[in-house]
Design a protein around this ligand. Structure first.
Ligand code: PMP
Length: 388
């Protein structure tokens, strides 16, 4: 990717344009918004705002139609081969979406003695709801066996050791890990799981970052947040292979949907498609590789996660724009403040990992297509100056 293209993309993000000295390196927390998304929301709210499904006048009908169109757009965006039978349910984000699958849908398919496989070292939003569902069912007299997903040394799922048995009903998985940045071998889960086991994918860090095909991944649920993919906060979706997915909004159309959020999601998907998800993916992978290579030359830093993945060049083990590390002596939160003072905005803490996650805090750098190689070099220069 050339510098000219970088600048062209960056110029579409008003917050970045307004702060030319800031390197925003925290897109895994939330992405900046392109002007096209902001314009779409303002246009909607200043010319067509109405509630959906109240159908006696054009604004309401247009809003209802927009929501249906955005559902179809999500299906296309996810390369859904069976749009006539799949469901798209708008939720507030990944956390709510995963809870809905766990608490609204899962109990309807589990019987006493059934098993679920859940990832204890992934984001807690993809762990706690499954444990809560199992506990709720246990109190109602239905025993659910919760099996932890095994990981290998590179922090991928160890698919060969997946504890699938005749009573397994669900595997909860994460597409791209929010701390290590690696693709979690999700494309290998279906073969290991067999055709009957439901696979629910947390796509919080992959939706809008790389081409995501439910046809290729062969999963049953995909859950994502709009705000990490350049839409507004407060909107996300659950794609369910089968329309009979969870009954998300109590009362269905009787609840008011996040119309402006849904409009923003449609505009964000348009924008992402116009840039191209392959281009976005290769750009953030390259930035991650540049940072990892730079850190590898500095003995004061320890990079977490898949150490050998870049050297191995395996396409499935690449870091998708997320690199997490620690300084061997400087506390990670202190390091976060030091970097922020230099205009380098990163995330520093324990990153909401599940109970098998990292035990001490770390610094996470995460990229989107508006980031540049110059920003990585600037970060590396500051980190280098902190070497002990
Ligand atoms: N899963 C993963 C992998 C995430 O990175 C995040 C966001 N940190 C979530 C779930 C939760 O997303 P949200 O806060 O948008 O609900």
């Amino acid at each position: 990717m050339t510098l000219a293209l970088d600048l062209d993309v960056r110029s579409q993000f008003p917050q970045l344009v307004a702060h030319p000295d800031v390197a925003y390196l925290d897109s895994a927390a939330t992405a900046q918004k392109p002007q096209a998304v902001l314009d779409a929301v303002v246009a909607y709210l200043s010319s067509e705002n109405a509630n959906a499904a109240r159908g006696t006048y054009p604004w309401a009908n247009r809003t209802t139609a927009r929501i249906a169109q955005t559902r179809d757009q999500v299906r296309r965006f996810l390369d859904d081969a069976s749009p006539a039978t799949s469901g798209v349910h708008f939720v507030s984000g990944t956390t709510e979406g995963l809870r809905s699958v766990a608490l609204d849908w899962l109990p309807t398919v589990l019987s006493d003695g059934d098993e679920i496989i859940v990832p204890f070292a992934d984001h807690s939003a993809n762990l706690v709801p499954w444990l809560d569902a199992a506990e709720m069912l246990r109190r109602q007299g239905t025993r659910v066996v919760v099996r932890p997903t095994p990981y290998d040394e590179a922090h991928d799922y160890d698919v060969g050791r997946l504890p699938v048995g005749p009573r397994t009903r669900l595997i909860a998985a994460t597409h791209v890990h929010h701390v290590y940045g690696n693709d979690m071998n999700v494309h290998r889960l279906r073969a290991a799981a067999g055709p009957e086991v439901a696979i629910c994918l947390d796509a919080a860090q992959s939706f809008g970052h790389l081409p995501l095909s439910v046809r290729e991944l062969d999963v049953d649920f995909v859950v994502f947040s709009g705000h990490k993919a350049m839409a507004l906060p407060g909107v996300g979706a659950v794609w369910a292979r089968n329309r009979r997915g969870p009954a998300f909004t109590p009362g269905g159309w009787n609840g008011t949907p996040n119309t402006a959020g849904i409009v923003s999601l449609a505009a964000a998907m348009d924008w992402l498609s116009s840039v191209g998800l392959s281009r976005i993916s290769s750009s953030i992978v390259a930035l991650g590789a540049r940072l990892t290579a730079g850190l590898a030359t500095m003995p004061s830093y320890e990079v977490l996660g898949c150490q050998d993945s870049l050297a191995a060049g395996s396409p499935v083990q690449r870091r998708h724009g997320i690199v997490t590390f620690r300084h061997r002596e400087i506390d990670s939160n202190d390091l976060g403040f030091i970097l922020a003072a230099d205009g380098l905005l990163v995330r520093a803490d324990g990153h909401c990992q599940g109970t098998q996650g990292e035990k001490t805090s770390s610094v996470r750098v995460s990229f989107q297509v508006y980031n540049t190689a110059e920003e990585v070099d600037r970060l590396l220069a500051t980190l280098s100056a902190l070497e002990s």
